[in-house]
Design a protein around this ligand. Structure first.
Ligand SMILES: O=C(O)/C=C/c1cccc(O)c1O
Ligand SMILES: [Fe+2]
Length: 313
């Protein structure tokens, strides 16, 4: 058994906006660190904790967590589309172990994932099929949200099981930190948006997909220019999150209230659930140390953008 962890914010805007040269340079360096770390570890399998943005999971039936026994990337924002290389036996083993510990985890034999799940694989390998890949969906945009204590328990149960495998497992978390991109919300949806949130009408037409993406790209440009109405990033909240994750004691998250998270850090701040689950999984196998940590609030990406790597201490 060996576990290692890469946790990173994602942003579909990475390829769609211009970044100041210093920010771009920092990200190039952070991604190079991630690549070197992962290539050095050379995992047998990746277990990926990722959100979805109403591309694979809808209000027709919205589980808090779901593991894919088979999965396909839909290819939004120009991300790589197509089937993922999911080892069904490993996915089933995780599902059975987590459920046996009393954490209900839905399973899918046909999971659809978006940029939120696959971007780290694209950054590290340039190919989402480069390694066997088990996707674990964490609901991070569709209220109501399960308590963080349960997210932690899911991660711990998965980690305890993975620690028994004779494999090198890379845990990836993709999401967060504070951010509030204009993803439609049920609470103030128009009739058309409500149908989209429910997953009615099948996949978006290319025109509707383009319009949806352009709305987010425009919002990012306005946010960077200081003219957007979306909620601001919350660097202090982000830094406190990173501090707790690095401490090895994740129990303080149990007191974090989902409503407060939204109020302070934005509607999509719940993507940090992926980080808490992945760090909990690593911690379940023993003490760990953070090896690399990058953080910067980047309005052009609508992201409190962080990237960390960690290994057993
Ligand atoms: O348009 C979407 O579905 C999401 C966009 C987005 C923008 C910025 C940061 C993120 O984590 C996102 O998912
Ligand atoms: Fe996201």
């Amino acid at each position: 058994m060996t576990l290692a962890l890469l946790a990173t914010s994602h942003s579909p805007l990475l390829d769609h906006v211009d970044l100041p040269a210093d920010v771009s340079g920092e990200l190039t360096e952070a991604f190079a660190q991630a690549r070197a770390f992962v290539h050095d570890f050379d995992p047998d399998v990746v277990v990926n904790f990722g959100p979805d943005h109403y591309n694979g999971f809808f209000y027709r039936l919205m589980p808090p967590f779901c593991i894919g026994y088979a999965a396909e990337s839909i290819g939004d924002y120009g991300s790589q589309a197509g089937p993922l290389n999911v080892p069904e036996d490993i996915a089933r083993g995780i599902a059975e172990a987590v459920i046996a510990e009393g954490v209900d985890l839905a399973v899918s034999l046909d999971m659809q994932v978006d940029h939120g799940a696959v971007q780290p694989m694209e950054i590290v390998y340039g190919d989402i099929t480069a390694k066997p890949f088990v996707p674990i969906f964490m609901n991070s945009v569709a209220p109501p949200f399960t308590p963080l204590a349960r997210v932690r328990r899911l991660g711990e149960a998965a980690g305890r099981h993975l620690a028994t495998l004779d494999r090198k497992v890379l845990l990836i978390a993709s999401g967060g930190l504070s951010h509030d991109p204009p993803v439609p919300r049920l609470s103030n949806a128009t009739a058309d948006q409500r149908r989209m949130l429910m997953g009615e009408g099948g996949p978006l037409t290319p025109e509707a997909r383009e319009a949806r993406q352009q709305r987010v790209i425009s919002a990012a440009r306005e946010f960077a220019a200081g003219t957007a109405t979306i909620q601001d990033l919350a660097p202090e909240w982000d830094r406190e999150l990173l501090r707790i994750l690095a401490s090895g004691d994740l129990s303080p998250f149990d007191a974090w209230d989902p409503g407060e998270m939204t109020r302070i850090a934005g509607n999509s701040s719940h993507e940090v659930r992926t980080w808490i689950a992945a760090y909990a999984a690593l911690g379940a196998a023993g003490p760990y140390s953070v090896r690399y940590s990058y953080y910067r609030p980047i309005r052009e990406l609508i992201a409190g953008f962080a990237l960390t790597t960690a290994t057993p201490a």
